[in-house]
Design a protein around this ligand. Structure first.
Ligand code: C5P
Length: 224
């Protein structure tokens, strides 16, 4: 089987307050998604990288002028829809059901190629596939009306990251069945009764979400 990466890049990034889609915000001399694609371009086992843009995206080619990635303007109303549409586009480009797809958030721009290789090594012989994730470090509170309702046991709980690696033939129907509510690929696969593998990621592999994340990411990228 071959391996492909799929990068959902069709969000509006409201929480980031970047005055435009966060994926294009300048970061250490490059638009955010430029860092993400540069890291994926260094993963030699990938046969192709597909970026999913919003149908009305006008910026990508301007801010990311040089990339070997394929681009499709098939983004949907949710992340799950953007990924599902991207999988259809991958299949139209010749990807087969038994090929692996590594879905990676455009907004996780601190990605290192070695983390992707680690995930591939851990999942290539697996029946289901898996994801990068980290054991939860903080204590979790469930809120009702601004006050703690209950404290949840953090034991055995992990924070999901990306890439998330599944076979195209499993992931595509899983996402179609799961609908817009799922926030990652693994949960769609779990809903079909599978148990994806948890592969230890890195603290640095965080998703740019809130305004201070940009400064932290810029500092980390500059110090590499
Ligand atoms: O909004 P969130 O930070 O969870 O988005 C994760 C990734 O999914 C981002 O890279 C974003 O661009 C992408 N996304 C998308 N289509 C949507 C919503 C989010 O491709 N409708």
């Amino acid at each position: 089987p071959r391996l492909f990466a799929l990068v959902p890049c069709a969000g509006v990034g409201e929480r980031a307050g970047a005055g435009g889609p966060k994926q294009y915000a300048p970061l250490a001399g490059r638009p955010l998604v430029g860092h993400t694609l540069a890291a994926l371009a260094q993963v030699s086992r990938l046969s192709g990288v597909l970026v999913v843009l919003s149908p009305d995206d006008t910026q990508f080619e301007q801010v990311v002028p040089q990339t070997s990635a394929w681009v499709e303007r098939v983004g949907g109303a949710s992340r799950a829809a953007s990924v599902a549409n991207g999988l259809a586009a991958l299949q139209a480009r010749g990807a087969q059901p038994h090929d692996w797809v590594l879905v990676h958030d455009a907004a996780r721009c601190l990605l290192r190629p070695e983390w992707v290789d680690h995930l591939i090594d851990a999942c290539l012989d697996d029946e289901v596939g898996g994801l990068l994730a980290l054991p939860l470090a903080d204590t979790l509170k469930h809120e009702v009306d601004g006050r703690v309702d209950t404290t949840l046991d953090r034991g055995g709980k992990w924070q999901a990251q990306t890439p998330q690696m599944f076979r195209l033939g499993l992931l595509r129907p899983a996402l179609v069945q799961a609908g817009d509510a799922v926030t990652d690929e693994a949960s769609a696969v779990e809903a079909l009764g599978h148990r994806p593998k948890l592969v230890r990621g890195a603290l640095e592999n965080f998703k740019i979400t809130y305004p201070p994340d940009f400064e932290l990411a810029a500092r980390l990228l500059t110090s590499r």
